[in-house]
Design a protein around this ligand. Structure first.
Ligand code: NAD
Ligand code: ZN
Length: 350
């Protein structure tokens, strides 16, 4: 399956079992023979797939090397980017050369940011290996790193030159990370597609993984094509994230994974909408059923008042107004800007 994204850069997304082995051939359509490539990957993914990528690039006539960093969100910081710059400079990369991000969202965000800024921008290829990276972070061009003051505070928009999604990589992924990605898949269904939501709820997605990824990526494509720089519609992708981010922070990113927190956030938002008569009755229960199917939590003992208070820390808010993503029903969403003060009334419903 293939898709084309038309933003400031136009690029193809290939979704196919085993397609990572075609990276050399595909890159051959984009870059000159003999170009240099630095493959960036973390300490878990590199031993699993690094050699295959290197072999494919070399067979296609590229001069490729591997660069690895310690796996984990703790690595997503400027010092890692500096190490990547050093590698690119030592290898003498020019703007005719390229980077390859091989790994999850952490790898993609960092390799993308290094590519966005080294020599004021060189191309990069995304080969996402977690479900989250395959359906979300590898598409859309948001790249960046964390600061001690908060997540994703430094970054750039830089679209990839190509995205190769190989669903076979999910066979080595831990079940918790798979569920984490499923929370985002459920989110896509909630905001844009009843059909996708029903597929997730009623069918065995492991048997239809390419179709699942395709449908999710197609929604992301549509949204980022309309709002590449995140000033309007792209906000819909934050459904469940306002309360989700607050929960993640309240637990200092230790108790809940991102997907787990977002899942709980989606249920909270649906309940808020239902209590106001905006969201169709029964929606929260449908989301709960979908989350439970993928072993995701649906509630947390943190008092709702504290979660609401913690939304003040969200970088996406300006002043005393906050943008909430609400559902009319599964498959239909909208952005509602409300006064922060009015959030307090919701404590009772949550
Ligand atoms: P991650 O990259 O840390 O990967 C999760 C873990 O799985 C890591 O330990 C990794 O080594 C391991 N792993 C990856 N692929 C594997 C495989 N195939 N087999 C075995 N192990 C594998 O985390 P993630 O959940 O993929 O991504 C989270 C990051 O993505 C966050 O930093 C978040 O901010 C970012 N993100 C970015 C965007 C965007 O639009 N740019 C969107 C959503 C999330
Ligand atoms: Zn998310």
């Amino acid at each position: 399956m293939e898709l084309t994204v038309r933003t400031s850069g136009t690029y193809r997304i290939m979704i196919e079992r085993g397609c990572m082995d075609a990276v050399g051939e595909r890159a051959g359509e984009l870059f000159k023979p003999g170009a240099k490539a630095v493959v960036i990957s973390d300490s878990n993914v590199l031993p699993l797939y690094g050699k295959r990528i290197l072999n494919s690039l070399e067979a296609a006539g590229f001069s490729a090397s591997l660069f690895s960093f310690p796996a984990g969100e703790e690595s997503k910081r400027l010092s890692s980017i500096e190490a990547m710059y050093a590698e690119c400079a030592a290898r003498g990369l020019t703007r005719s050369d390229f980077l390859v991000a091989l790994g999850g969202g952490v790898t993609g965000d960092m390799a993308g940011f290094a590519a966005a800024t080294f020599l004021r921008g060189i191309p990069f290829i995304q080969i996402p290996t977690t479900l989250l990276a395959q359906i979300d972070s590898s598409v859309g061009g948001k790249t960046g790193v964390d600061l001690p003051q908060g997540k994703n505070l430094v970054g750039a928009f830089h679209q990839p030159a190509l995205v190769l999604i190989d669903p076979d990589t999910l066979s080595t992924l831990s079940p918790r990370y798979f569920s984490d990605g499923m929370a985002e898949a459920i989110k896509y269904g909630c905001i844009k597609s009843r059909e996708l939501f029903d597929m997730i709820l009623r069918e065995d997605v492991s048997q239809k993984i390419e179709e699942l990824i395709f449908r999710c990526v197609d929604i992301k494509r549509e949204v980022v094509e309309r709002d590449e720089f995140d000033t309007g519609e792209r906000m819909l992708l934050n459904f469940g994230h306002t309360f989700g981010h607050a929960l993640e922070k309240l637990y200092d990113f230790k108790k809940l994974s991102h997907g787990e927190a977002v899942g709980i956030g989606m249920v909270m938002m649906a309940k808020c909408g239902e209590s106001k008569g905006i969201t169709k009755a029964g929606t929260a229960n449908e989301i709960i059923a979908a989350l439970e199917k993928y072993n995701l939590p649906t509630k947390d003992e943190m008092p709702a008042g504290r979660v609401i208070e913690a939304t003040a820390l969200d970088k996406k808010n300006s002043g005393n107004r906050i943008s909430l993503i609400l559902l009319k029903e599964i498959g239909e969403s909208f952005v509602d800007e409300v006064f922060r003060g009015s959030l307090a009334e919701l404590t009772g419903v949550l």
